[in-house]
Design a protein around this ligand. Structure first.
Ligand code: T1G
Length: 695
């Protein structure tokens, strides 16, 4: 090795005889911050000016090639050179620049690589354009260079899905020129650069490529078809359409024209509400793991064997998570037929995944092989973690925990999957409350990403650290919450349900409320959701008094989709239609309750359903049930279908303005009572002109 020049604190230029290595080291993920951008441009400039240098290798140290632009810089005053300037500078270099890819070359990182004249990668590398997940588009030439390399169809898929592809697939698609040895990326990249020089290969500028886009020119049907095929998936999101327009421009307009449009559309998105919300979610998803009084180096307890009590819908789904992670699971049921049914459901689940080609039959057998059924609690004596997932009844749960206390080995973690009940009361049934906590999964538990980890008053920090780590290990996003009725998610669901039920008695119809929340971005409204889940959950004819619409519907055997009728009528394709009969039931009940129905605006429906949630969230923060407001946002986005492009209820409250939320709540309080009384925290923040993020 000959010599090195430090360009700045994160970039160094090393000379390997006639090849220069531009080495970047900006942990944790070599984000393309202002310093990195500056260093790259200066490095290319110096290499260009050095006659002895024939080519440049762009290489990142640490775990990955550039993982994209520095997301934390968005929304702040621009610092030049901006990334578009950097990529143009690289591409315009008179000497070949070879990008050496490892880790995750994403977003601006891949755009930087596409501006290089050649790209080599280790097989484990991944490349992709995740910008759409941030409500953005590749704003440094990616939407114009990618289709020139891979064609419009593949480019559309990559920029609208945001999913990375493997280096192998990238090689097949022409993004990567050569796959090199895992152990020796830099040496292989230098050797490749030497070969380029030795063979006097041309400076391959992606911007000049035509062969992949020319065949699609003047064929708008390609894009129309793509839009139609993905309309449902893209519903509510702005960014996908902006990405499609850029790819369409890449095919039909000269490169620089396309770049101009890309720049304009990028600016529109980056300064918009949706991207601000999705960037908030990006960082919020990384904050949830940080617990102020439990440091990252808190020792965790070994979990090699898991026990699940209950093989019903929740118990079965929970078991699959651990089997998927390679952990042996013993599932205990009270009756043999229930156990058999539970294991049968799990096998059918796996087999249907295999039928869709997303798992091999060997995989199915291996995971089923990790599951052992039992009818005896005693068989859980050697488990490191036991999760109770039985019927939501306090007496039953208390009985189970007092038995478990006598059976489970010392140090075993005892968790309850309760959705509402007091974890401290359950823990008090044992002599080891420090080992008891809640692990609240969401149905279907093998699919839903959210896990509420419920911290009891006496739960040990190592037990919490272990549960959070396990959550990550089984692919969940774990949020630590405190003990209260319904924890965070279900507690905030109650005011929304309450208002929805009131609104249909005051003048709206179920399909009005559902339409407003559907258009807001939820996958479905509360009444369609109730029909899907079944209206008779927790209902019995003996105790039914016909005092709510739901009770009356159940009394008339309208139990939801499963009976073809609930709040809606359902046809043979389970398509929901507003029901004249339900309308009459509601009108009659309003009259019976002496409620004078009135016209209710969509805005009132939205405000009463959403602002009451924000208010409840503020109370949750006041009580310390949630560590931070963004945790509440993550709960609602990953557990209750809150649209990610609205950032979560607390972020949305801030975007609307807490002052406005308080004003609207006060108005409803004056008209409808104390349920709308703004929480003290909300009042204070509004008065001080501050937000939850300032807490
Ligand atoms: N900018 C700023 N910080 C980032 C970052 C980024 N691009 N990527 C990661 N971090 C931080 C993250 O907040 C965390 O910080 C730490 O790094 C480790 O991340 C113009 C517009 C690369 C797959 O969207 O997907 O380029 O919490 O915990 O699980 O066209 O990070 O430790 O303080 O996630 O190993 C496009 C985003 C940007 C990729 C690694 N790029 N990053 O996952 O670690 S937009 C992205 C990721 C763009 C241009 C456009 C993942 C990862 P802290 P981590 P990980």
């Amino acid at each position: 090795m000959s010599s090195a020049t430090r360009i700045n604190s994160v970039v160094e230029l090393r000379r390997e005889v006639e090849i220069a290595v531009l080495a970047v080291n900006s942990p944790p993920v070599n984000a393309l911050s202002a310093q990195v951008r500056e260093g790259i441009v200066e490095g290319i400039r110096q290499a260009g000016a050095d006659a002895g240098i024939k080519a440049v290798v762009l290489h990142c140290e640490g775990r990955t090639f550039f993982a994209g632009a520095d997301i934390s810089e968005f929304g702040k005053p621009p610092k030049h050179p901006m990334l578009p300037e950097v990529v143009d500078f690289i591409e315009a270099s008179a000497k070949p620049v070879v990008a050496a890819l490892h880790g995750t070359a994403l977003g601006g990182g891949l755009e930087t690589a596409l501006a290089c004249h050649y790209r080599v990668a280790v097989s484990s590398a991944k490349v992709g354009f995740p910008e759409v997940k941030l409500g953005l588009l590749p704003g440094a030439g990616g939407t114009q260079r990618l289709p020139r390399l891979v064609g419009p169809e593949k480019a559309l898929e990559m920029v609208t899905s945001g999913s990375p592809i493997s280096a192998k697939a990238a090689k097949e698609m022409g993004i990567v020129d050569e796959l090199v040895d895992e152990k020796d990326l830099l040496a292989s990249a230098i050797a490749f650069a030497r070969q380029v020089v030795a063979e006097n290969r041309p400076l391959k500028k992606v911007r000049d490529l035509e062969d992949k886009i020319a065949p699609a020119r003047g064929k708008p049907e390609i894009f129309e078809h793509f839009r139609k095929a993905n309309a449902r998936k893209f519903r509510g999101f702005e960014a996908p359409e902006y990405n499609i327009r850029c790819i369409e421009a890449a095919v039909n307009q000269p490169f620089d024209e396309g770049i101009r449009l890309e720049r304009q559309l990028f600016q529109e998105l980056v300064s918009g509400e949706q991207s601000a919300a999705q960037r908030h979610v990006f960082f919020a998803e990384r904050q949830v793991w940080k617990i102020p009084d439990i440091s990252d180096d808190t020792p965790t307890l070994p979990v090699k064997k898991v026990g699940i009590i209950g093989a019903g819908t929740m118990g079965g789904g929970i078991s699959m998570n651990f089997a998927n992670a390679g952990l042996p699971v013993t599932i205990v049921e009270a009756k043999p037929e229930a156990l058999e049914r539970g294991l049968g459901v799990i096998r059918r689940n796996y087999e249907s995944t295999a039928k869709k080609g997303r798992m091999s039959m060997e995989d199915v057998e291996r995971r089923m092989g990790l599951l052992t059924g039992s009818l005896k609690l005693e068989d859980l004596a050697d488990c490191d973690l036991i999760i109770e997932a039985v019927f939501e009844n306090m007496a039953i749960k208390k009985e189970i925990f007092s038995k478990l206390d006598a059976i489970a080995k010392p140090g075993a973690i005892l968790a309850t999957n309760t959705s509402y009940l007091n974890v401290n009361e359950i823990a008090a049934m044992t002599k080891r409350p420090e080992s008891v906590l809640g692990m609240h999964f969401f149905s279907p538990a093998n699919i839903m990403r959210l896990l509420e980890v419920v911290r009891g008053d006496k739960t040990d920090k190592r037990v919490i650290a272990t549960a959070m780590q396990l959550g990550r290990q089984i692919g969940k996003i774990a949020v630590l919450v405190g003990v209260c009725h319904g924890f965070v998610g279900n507690r905030m669901l109650e005011p929304r349900q309450r208002e929805a039920n009131r609104l249909i008695l005051e003048g709206a119809m179920p399909w009005d409320v559902d339409r407003v929340l559907y258009e807001f971005g939820f996958p479905m409204g509360p009444f369609a959701m109730a029909d899907l889940a079944g209206l008779d959950i927790g209902w019995s004819r003996e105790t039914s008094k016909g005092e709510t619409v739901r009770e009356i519907l159940c009394e008339q055997d309208r139990r939801g989709q499963k009976t073809g009728a609930g709040f809606y009528d359902y046809d043979e394709n389970r398509t929901a239609k507003p029901s004249k009969l339900v309308e009459q039931i509601i009108l009659d009940l309003s009259a019976k309750k002496g409620i004078a129905r009135r016209t209710i605006s969509d805005q009132e429906i939205l405000e009463r359903c959403i602002y009451t949630m924000v208010n409840e969230g503020a109370k949750i923060l006041e009580e310390g049930i949630a560590i931070r407001a963004s945790d509440i946002d993550i709960v609602w986005i990953n557990g209750y279908g809150w649209p990610v492009y609205r950032g979560g209820p607390m972020f949305y409250g801030e975007q609307v303005g807490l002052g406005h939320v308080v004003e609207r709540l006060r108005d409803y309080e004056a008209r409808f009572g104390a349920d709308f009384k703004p929480s003290a925290l909300l009042e204070r923040l509004a008065a001080e002109g501050r937000g939850f993020r300032d807490l």
